[in-house]
Design a binder for this molecule. Structure first.
Ligand code: CP
Length: 362
């Protein structure tokens, strides 16, 4: 609970979600409602998050942005806690932003990559989890090439687990930062037409974005060649119009509209989000050639002219410039790609803070 200090300022309080916003006076405009609490032990996916839970993360990220704007962006909100990043796959943005998020909030942060750790000597995932538990980990941030691996870790751990990307399955904090970026830039997500272009089938980012953006009321259109879209997604959109709730059970995705022609998909779009095309999709026979893919699906200035005048362009990174996006668009005035990375720090601060301080006692 916040108390008045002798100088009249309110002291740091860490026991409620609004605490970061009151770390120094005056209280921040983004102070959270006192009844907003995070009740989940782990963050493994966004598919079961309610709209209110997503909005709690985004509102908390607003408070974290205020911390990041300070001359010395450091608060002791998570002092005495240990955050471990455990990455079995490469990462630049996710790992760096979680590390910085933890440090800004005063946590001790330990980074472990599979390469160079005892994992290379054959240590099992469960033994690694038990080892990290033994050193006093409070939150584990985990990326793994196998879908479901963070769920296994969560089953064996006494600490909290955040999925930082598992196989083709989910990347919840990327979806939250994408939703945050759209909300910050466009003033809201509800009713915005968001076109997600590319390899939806193999993209954990796309899956998580579909859940988060539809939960917030966006009109989501997915666009790509049929070989790179999940089977049944087309039917899912038809079923939505017929109000058949079994549609999303069949695809494992929320109902969205499918459009194979990017020029048509992009008409009237508020947001165009393109995904990295993994070049091995060509060798595995899912694409005739990269040149053909770029001709049909590259987000470039000519195509963007069909969107709304204020359209913004997003990409989770890393990018293949000249393949799924032109260099001109990637670095142009409509691009939010660097803003996504910047917002990733605030959103990951919000996630860490809510998971450690915002959870109701169990
Ligand atoms: N978007 C994303 O997950 O990027 P990294 O692989 O660099 O973390």
């Amino acid at each position: 609970m916040a108390k008045n200090a002798p100088n009249g300022r309110r002291k740091q309080a860490v026991a409620s979600p609004g605490a970061v916003a009151v770390a120094t006076a005056p209280p921040a405009a983004a102070e959270l409602p006192s009844n907003a609490t995070w009740q989940r032990r782990h963050l493994l996916d966004v598919d079961d998050l309610s709209r209110a839970e997503i909005e709690l993360v985004l509102d908390t990220a607003d408070a974290m942005k205020e911390v990041l704007r300070r001359e010395v962006p450091r608060v002791p909100a998570l002092r005495g806690t240990t955050v471990v990043t455990l990455f079995y796959e490469d990462s630049t943005r996710t790992r760096a932003s979680f590390e910085l998020a933890g440090k800004v909030l005063g946590a001790d942060v330990i980074n472990i990559s599979a390469k160079g750790s005892s994992i290379e000597k054959g240590e099992s995932l469960i033994d690694t989890v038990l080892t990290l538990q033994a050193i006093g980990t409070d939150v584990l941030i985990m990326r793994h090439h196998a879908s479901g691996a963070p769920y296994l870790a969560a089953r064996h751990a006494s600490f909290r687990v955040v999925n930082a990307g598992d196989g083709w399955h989910a990347h919840p904090t990327q979806a939250l930062l994408d939703a945050y970026t759209i909300r910050s830039r466009l003033g809201g997500v509800r009713g915005r037409k968001v076109v997600i272009v590319g390899d939806i089938s193999h993209s954990r980012v796309a899956r998580s974005d579909l859940w988060a953006l539809t939960a917030l009321g966006a009109e989501v259109v997915v666009c790509g060649p049929p070989t790179l879209l999940p089977v049944g997604l087309d039917g899912c959109a038809i079923d939505r119009e017929e109000r058949d709730p079994s549609a999303s059970l069949r695809t494992g995705l929320p109902p969205v509209r499918v459009e194979h022609d990017l020029d048509r998909a992009i008409e009237g779009a508020d947001v165009v989000m393109t995904l990295r095309l993994q070049k091995e999709r060509q060798s595995s026979g899912l694409l005739p050639s990269l040149r053909e893919y770029s001709r049909l699906y590259q987000v470039n200035a000519e195509r963007l002219a069909r969107a709304r005048p204020g359209v913004v362009v997003m990409h989770p990174g890393p990018m293949n410039e000249g393949v799924e996006i032109s260099a001109e668009v990637a670095h142009g005035a409509r691009s939010l790609i660097e803003e996504q990375v910047t917002n990733g720090v605030a959103v990951r601060m919000a996630v860490l803070y809510l998971m450690i301080r915002g959870a109701k006692p169990e």
